[in-house]
Ligand binder design. Structure first.
Ligand code: AMP
Ligand code: MN
Ligand code: MN
Ligand code: MN
Length: 297
């Protein structure tokens, strides 16, 4: 018993003490990409969930950062401007987080604009493949799901398919139609790892490999990814992610140590109602790792 004979323990969270780690969540999405809440509402939710430092990291898009920064300032929430860039490496899509970027940097802006053009073209092809599956009007349907048409992605098609009763869950939309290799999957050639890391560095940010546990690489390919990333000037690995099992968090903690990467923590929040991917609720970063945010916070 911690407090023998004393008053009953408080049921609310204890006040923050010097030894409590900061709640840092450096991966989340708004309706500027495939999240559902506008940036200011993501900020408010991060605050409510006890986050101390937050990054908005929309897919291939930085248009929400100004609103996010202003909202965070109002709320007294620490803010790190971010982006999550899609790249192709060894034939698979990898997501690279750019953290603490200057979104106005011209190379980064031009690179992200190019990715958004590819997304727009892909959307037409996804709709054609869905048409071949007997699903008409998916392009218009997906566009109705998207706040920012430049950022049309698979999640918007999935939300449309769910709304129209073509599947029972979002996951099923991916398993049946949109997931890698499925019937309406359109293979993409995103920019190279080299290009994305160069844009992030040019913009003064740190490049971090997002949710490494999600990639279906062989051990050799993972080694090639980490070696290439390191040699290009990539600095971090997202060790703690809602996309990771506890075993995967442990594995990537060891990988971060082995390669000398700093470590990041992110919920990859997209929408309320998914407790596993709620803002600020993923496990803490293991203490023996060097956090990517050590220079900023
Ligand atoms: P996109 O960048 O448009 O290709 O969409 C990628 C996004 O779709 C990811 O960030 C996830 O939010 C979601 N996603 C991709 N694959 C799956 C999957 N198999 N199951 C559920 N969601 C997925
Ligand atoms: Mn997403
Ligand atoms: Mn991702
Ligand atoms: Mn993400």
């Amino acid at each position: 018993m911690l407090n023998p004979g004393g008053p009953p323990a408080a049921r609310t969270a204890p006040p923050r003490t010097g030894i409590m780690p900061l709640n840092v969540d450096l991966h989340s999405h708004s309706s500027c990409s495939d999240g559902v809440l506008p940036p200011a509402q993501v900020a408010a939710r991060a605050r409510e969930q006890g986050v101390d430092w937050w990054s908005l990291s929309d897919h291939d898009e930085t248009s929400g950062l100004a609103e996010a920064a202003a909202a965070a300032r109002e709320l007294g929430l620490g803010f790190i401007p971010g982006v999550e860039i899609s790249v192709t490496f060894c034939g698979l899509t990898v997501h690279v987080l750019g953290l603490n970027i200057d979104p106005e940097q011209p190379d980064l802006r031009a690179g992200l604009a190019g990715i958004r053009r590819s997304r727009f073209e892909r959307a037409g092809e996804i709709a054609e493949r869905l048409q071949d599956c007997g699903i008409a009007g998916a392009y218009e349907g997906a566009l109705r799901q998207v706040d920012n048409p430049d950022l049309i992605g698979r999640v918007h098609f999935a939300r449309h398919l769910l709304e129209q009763g073509h599947c029972r869950t979002l996951q099923q939309a991916f398993d049946r139609y949109l997931g890698d290799g499925k019937r309406a999957f359109v293979p993409m050639r995103w920019p190279s790892l080299e290009a994305a890391v160069a844009w992030i560095r040019a913009a003064g940010g740190k490049a971090v490999i997002a949710h490494p546990g999600r990639y279906r690489y062989t051990l050799q390919q993972f080694d090639a990814l980490f070696e290439a990333f390191k040699s290009l000037g990539g600095v971090g690995l997202e060790v703690v992610s809602s996309g990771h099992t506890p075993a995967q968090c442990n594995r990537y903690a060891r990988v971060a140590q082995a390669y000398g990467f700093e470590a990041s923590r992110g919920s990859d929040f997209h929408a309320p109602g998914i407790p596993r991917a709620e803002l600020g609720r993923v496990p803490p970063l293991p203490e023996y790792l060097t956090p990517v945010w050590r220079d900023w916070i």
